[in-house]
Design a protein around this ligand. Structure first.
Ligand code: NAP
Length: 474
């Protein structure tokens, strides 16, 4: 057998997922000179781009311009998109093994981590991930309900997702209404009674996961004050050394926080308060089972066994009123049928992207991972480029060494026929382009970037309507 990659025997790659990591891998593979590669990208939704569409905040449209790169990838010869096709439902790993030389898992981290404290299941407590998916019009989350009548909200965690949630809760309505936020979220947030949001970090400001730009923006964007307690910015010697080592970026973060702490209240009773050195220990509720308060334990910092700065409870507690709470303590990957999974880390075990049978186990031939399902939920969109290039390089190395799968039906038509049989309502990239155009057109009259379709049914019927209108003589 000769290695696939020639015009008569193209290297056939299936990519499961269509977020940034998927597109960067496709780009690297399809742009190989002297190699003929075909990439079939499978996506559960009719819409591509993963968290760029469903995660990036609607008031951060500039970040979404990265989509132009992915549109360029979709134009490359050999690229095909199969939307509304669910791995594990319409196609299995066996199906992919029968049609492709290599299978790349790029499904991201689709769920969230729990905190593990009493009362976490009370009404009014949600994961940040579901709130983000709800306001970004993810079809699976459109029916979620958030009780926005409560005055006090809490967000556990001080990462960029926590900042997004806080900002969205406190943005002026006119700003929210000018974005591509889901209409149901714009409507619900317009009458929101939330006036005080507390973001809670278990370690200190020096260890906060948010980034400077996002932190600075809060002060400019929200309708309300950003409140920080000066005493919670005092650094122990270890943290001070960490800031020193972190250089300009770490120092700037402290400066921004100190500027917030020094700023007198403006008179606006709406506020985002950022607290540090506090861990949630219990949510308390009323007789109806709705959260009413959060008990926090004051922490001090110490060196963990691995040398990292960790927090330790002091036994001193405080209770704050909370009628709505979000845990924003990180996303978590979900296992895929037939694919090895490290449940502890929520990732597919791998070595530079080559999937292993178990952590530290054998390489599984022909199976690869990239993005958050490979490394865990860290980094910004661009981080996925280097990550996907690393995986794609292993794939190309394995191709050259002929360590690929031996598919029974390695031709593009056979796989398209299989998809058509299993999911007659599959969509192709041109369908997505049509949807994209329809959403954008809907936004024009309202001076919004787009008005998103919020359900798969709405997307499919809009496509059907558009194609029958195109067919009918005018
Ligand atoms: P993250 O950056 O990992 O932050 C998670 C936060 O949760 C940290 O503050 C962490 O504290 C805290 N936490 C974890 N377990 C906890 C527990 N049991 N109790 C209390 N706190 C706990 O995760 P993320 O905010 O979900 O963001 C994911 C990635 O997406 C990040 O790389 C982020 O930068 C990126 N992102 C970027 C943007 C943007 O660029 N605008 C927007 C959104 C997301 P410890 O540090 O103490 O563990």
């Amino acid at each position: 057998m000769t290695a696939p990659g020639t015009p008569s025997n193209p290297l056939r790659v299936a990519i499961v997922g269509s977020g940034p990591a998927a597109f960067y891998a496709a780009e690297y593979l399809l742009k190989q000179p002297d190699l003929t590669v075909q990439v079939d990208m499978l996506e559960r939704l009719p819409t591509p781009y993963g968290l760029v569409r469903g995660g990036v905040a609607p008031d951060h449209q500039k970040i979404k311009t990265v989509i132009r790169i992915y549109e360029g990838v979709a134009k490359l010869p050999g690229f095909r998109f199969f939307g509304n096709v669910e791995y594990g439902c319409h196609v299995t790993l066996e199906d992919l093994d029968a049609h492709f030389h290599q299978v790349l898992i790029a499904t991201g981290a689709q769920t969230d981590r729990r905190i593990g404290v009493p009362g976490e299941d009370l009404a009014g407590i949600h994961s940040a991930t579901e709130f983000v998916a709800w306001y970004n019009a993810h079809p699976d989350f459109r029916d979620r309900r958030f009780d926005l009548t409560r005055e006090n909200a809490a967000i556990i965690g001080v990462g960029n997702v926590a900042i997004d949630v806080a900002r969205i809760l406190l943005l002026p309505h006119a700003v929210r209404a000018s974005t591509d936020m889901a209409d149901h979220a714009i409507g619900a947030l317009e009458t929101s009674g939330v006036r005080h949001v507390t973001m809670i970090g278990r370690r200190g400001p020096a260890q906060a996961a948010f980034t400077n730009l996002e932190l600075k923006e809060l002060g400019e964007d929200i309708d309300g004050d950003v409140v920080v307690r000066a005493d919670e910015l005092e650094l122990d010697p270890e943290s001070a050394a960490e800031v020193e080592k972190g250089g300009r970026i770490a120092k700037e973060k402290m400066d921004v926080l100190r500027a917030y702490a020094a700023k007198p209240r403006s008179g606006n009773d709406r506020a985002l308060e950022i607290r540090f050195f506090l861990s949630p220990v219990e949510f308390r509720g009323d007789a109806s089972g709705h959260v009413t308060s959060l008990v926090l334990e004051k922490n001090e910092l110490a060196r963990g066994e691995d040398g990292a700065i960790v927090c330790r409870g002091t036994g001193v507690t405080e209770e704050i009123p909370v009628g709505l709470a979000f845990r924003s303590v990180g996303y978590k990957g979900v296992a895929l049928a037939g694919v090895p999974f490290d449940a502890k880390r929520g990732v597919v075990p791998n070595e530079k992207g080559r999937v292993l049978s178990a952590p530290g186990g054998e390489v599984v031939r022909g199976l690869y991972a990239t993005g958050w399902i490979k490394r865990g939920p860290s980094g910004v969109i661009g981080t996925n480029k280097a990550d996907s290039v690393e995986t794609a390089k292993q794939m190309l190395e394995d191709r050259a060494a002929e360590r690929v799968l031996a598919p029974r039906a390695p031709d593009a038509a056979a796989f398209a026929a299989l998809v058509a049989e299993r999911q007659p309502r599959a969509v192709v990239y041109a369908d997505w382009q049509r949807l994209d155009q329809l959403e954008t057109e809907r936004g024009v009259a309202a001076s919004r970037p787009r008005i998103k379709f919020c359900s798969v049914e709405d997307m499919l019927s809009a496509l059907a309507k558009a194609s029958s209108a195109e067919r009918s003589p005018s």
